[in-house]
Design a protein around this ligand. Structure first.
Ligand code: ZN
Length: 130
């Protein structure tokens, strides 16, 4: 299993790398899921927690994106968020979130962009630029 992203998506994920003391940023990844995850649309959603160590998507904004995805026959295949102070690896809270939303989770730290799925255990997914 891989996470295949367009160049624009990868550029976006690079652009949200935290640079300093800032709140976590988060959003949704749209595309399709077959054997691999394919993502060609990305959205940022307000983090209602306004926290440097956790995030929660604004429900109304997220709902609009789910509706948009349906209208263009795409799926919301994943979540992305930043770790301004931690490495790009799921926190305990992220793992709880992965149980609720079992798509691909992209985590962007100051240094790295990594992707994970929860399949009984945390499994890293290779990111490929198409
Ligand atoms: Zn996290």
């Amino acid at each position: 299993m891989k996470l295949i992203v367009t160049e624009n998506i990868y550029r976006f994920l690079n652009s949200v790398k935290p640079k300093g003391n800032e709140i976590e940023r988060c959003g949704l990844l749209l595309g399709k899921k077959e054997e691999d995850y394919f993502v060609d649309e990305v959205y940022e959603v307000r983090n209602v927690k306004s926290s440097t160590s956790e995030f929660e998507l604004d429900a109304a904004e997220a709902l609009k994106i789910f509706e948009h995805a349906e209208s263009v026959s795409k799926e919301v295949v994943g979540v992305w968020h930043t770790h301004p102070f931690w490495k790009a690896y799921p926190s305990a809270k992220d793992v709880s979130g992965m149980k609720i939303f079992p798509g691909v989770w992209v985590i962007v730290s100051r240094e790295e962009i990594r992707a994970f799925v929860l399949e009984g255990e945390i499994r890293e997914v290779e990111i490929v630029i198409a």
